[in-house]
Every structure is written in structure tokens, then in C-alpha cells.
Design a protein around this ligand. Structure first.
Ligand SMILES: O=CC(=O)O
Length: 315
């Protein structure tokens, strides 16, 4: 497969890059100082048959249109919001992603964010480091065990979060497009009702046109001044301007965020808030999971070019 051209859109994981280099003819889009069109002219764009993208740069209409021989987009991510799926479908381009292998890590981080916010883990760590403990005790935090947890999207990741929260004695409810026959949790067909009924609301659904800004002012106000919002989905699930003002005005109790609307930009106002825990979109960023995601990308590409079934097909 050494002669097959594969285009990587941006730096992701070194091991993935090495594997792609070993098995394919790898082109790196970030080595391009000119326009994509110029880059592809000089790097024989017509030999590129696969794109490997991620949550930062996927495959948009422009990229797809500039690759006449494109057969497959193998995303180093579970999220598909940076891929123009409609265009891929229309052109018969296959799409694969990396589900399952990252579920545990993302669910673990969601619980970490809850504990971080409620127990003030980051704030109290800073308290110890700057020597404030010598002057006074840190003060009281908020208990997690036994709280009511609402989950937006009960897919693989939402279900893994629910299982973990159950182990903390939490009651679980969820909102999704339809009731899940496998789940023994309370279902809400209206997200406002879910937000009203829970103390911690976790966003764990895919980003689509329907779920963009699903967390709006009404939902935030329904969650209320004691409520906590956790987002391990995508920044655009949340109306960030509304989130910031709710936090500043005390209309929301706190937030644990791994994702933002304009990554890597984080709203300045959040940086000074003690009831907010911020992560730099690292839900699946462990060595183990990143290697497993890379292996899955390679396996999907190899399967496609050997005319076998994709392991994790989207299209
Ligand atoms: O955000 C992470 C992913 O989509 O894999």
C-alpha cells in the first residue's frame, strides 16, 4: 500500500503519523504554506486517495473538492462534525471514525470534571501550592454522591457516564431523540424538563444541526443557580455567551468544560471563576486510547484498500 497517497490534515498523534508513514505515502497538510490548491498541485493531489482528519481539521467541501481521487475519510476522532458527510455521501466517499476505544476515557473525564467542580479539586490544589493552608482551612465543598444526574444523549459515551454516576449512588435521567429500550433511566423528551429535574447536566451527544446550542439560556436557567453543567461533547452544543453570563450573574452554579465554541480560545471571563474547571479538549487524550485510535484509523484504511469491510464505518 506504500504507493497510496494519504493526506493528514494536521499534527495529531506521533504514533499515528509513524504508522501512516510506514504503510502509505503520507502527505502532511500543515507543511503547506500556500493554499490547499497550490499544495495539492505540487504534491500530486490526484494521487491522494484517503484523508485522515480529526476534531480540529476534518474534510470540508473545499478539501473534498480538491481531491479528485479521494475514496475514504478515516477520522482520528469519534465526532464527525468536521466532515462534510453529505458531500462524502454524494460523491461515494467512505467515512470511518474511532468509536468505542475512547468511550471509557471520555466518560472518566466527565466524572473527573464533576468532582473537580463540586469538590473544588483544582482550586484546593492551588490553595495548597500557594501556602494558603497554613493560614486557614480551605472551606467546604459540595458532595457528588447521591446527586441527580441528567445526560443529554444516551449513546456509547452517555451510557458509560451513566454507569459511572450510578456507582456514585446518583439517580440518572436522560434526554435524547427517542427513548432507549435498553436503558433503565428516566427519559425526558424535553431537555428543559431534564434540566429542571437534575442537579448536574452532562452534554454527551453528537454535534449536529439539531444539537447546536442545545444548551441555551432557557436550559441554563432551568438548571439553575445550584446546577452544574458538564460539557465533554462539543463547544457548539452550548451557547457560550449565555453560559458565561449565567456564571457571572450566579444564575448557574458551576461548569466543567472540556470543549469550547472557538478552540483553542476560551472566554476570558471563565479564567477567573473558581466554580469552573477547564480542560483543553483532552477527553480521549491518554497514551492508551490515542494508540488504540491510531490503530483503528490504520485498520480502517487497510481494510478499505484491501476491499474488505470497514471496522467502524459511518458511510
Ligand atoms: O472529541 C473527540 C473526538 O471526537 O474523538
Amino acid at each position: 500500500m506504500k504507493s497510496i497517497g494519504v493526506l493528514m490534515t494536521c499534527p495529531m498523534h506521533k504514533y499515528l503519523e509513524q504508522q501512516l508513514e510506514t504503510h502509505f505515502n503520507l502527505f502532511k497538510l500543515w507543511h503547506c504554506n500556500s493554499s490547499i490548491t497550490e499544495f495539492l498541485k505540487t504534491h500530486q493531489g490526484n494521487t491522494i486517495r484517503a484523508v485522515v482528519g480529526n476534531t480540529e481539521i476534518g474534510a470540508d467541501v473545499e478539501l473534498i473538492a480538491s481531491l479528485p481521487s479521494l475514496e475514504i475519510v478515516a477520522s482520528y476522532s469519534v465526532g464527525l462534525d468536521k466532515i462534510d458527510l453529505r458531500k462524502c455521501e454524494e460523491k461515494g466517499i467512505r467515512v470511518a471514525n474511532t468509536p468505542d476505544v475512547l468511550t471509557d476515557d471520555v466518560a472518566d473525564l466527565a466524572i473527573g470534571l464533576i468532582l473537580g467542580v463540586l469538590r473544588g479539586i483544582c482550586a484546593s490544589d492551588a490553595y495548597v501550592r500557594i501556602g494558603k493552608w497554613k493560614d486557614a482551612d480551605f472551606g467546604l465543598a459540595t458532595k457528588f454522591s447521591g446527586k441527580s444526574v441528567g445526560i443529554v444523549g444516551l449513546g456509547r459515551i452517555g451510557t458509560a457516564i451513566a454507569k459511572r454516576a450510578e456507582a456514585f449512588g446518583c439517580s440518572i435521567s436522560y434526554f435524547s431523540r427517542s427513548q432507549k429500550p435498553f436503558a433503565n433511566y428516566k427519559f425526558y423528551s424535553n431537555i428543559i424538563d431534564l434540566a429542571t429535574s437534575c442537579q448536574i447536566l452532562i452534554v454527551a451527544c453528537a454535534l449536529t444541526e439539531e444539537t447546536r446550542h442545545i444548551i441555551n439560556r432557557e436550559v441554563i436557567d432551568a438548571l439553575g443557580p445550584k446546577g452544574i453543567l458538564i460539557n465533554i461533547g462539543r463547544g457548539a452544543h452550548v451557547d457560550e455567551t449565555e453560559l458565561v453570563s449565567a456564571l457571572l450573574e450566579g444564575r448557574l452554579g458551576g461548569a466543567g468544560l472540556d470543549v469550547y465554541e472557538n478552540e483553542p480560545d476560551v472566554p476570558e471571563e471563565l479564567l477567573g471563576l473558581g466554580n469552573v474547571v477547564l480542560q483543553p479538549h483532552v477527553g480521549s487524550d491518554t497514551v492508551e486510547t490515542s494508540d488504540a485510535m491510531a490503530d483503528l484509523v490504520i485498520s480502517n484504511l487497510k481494510a478499505h484498500f484491501s476491499k474488505k469491510s470497514l471496522l467502524t464505518p459511518v458511510i
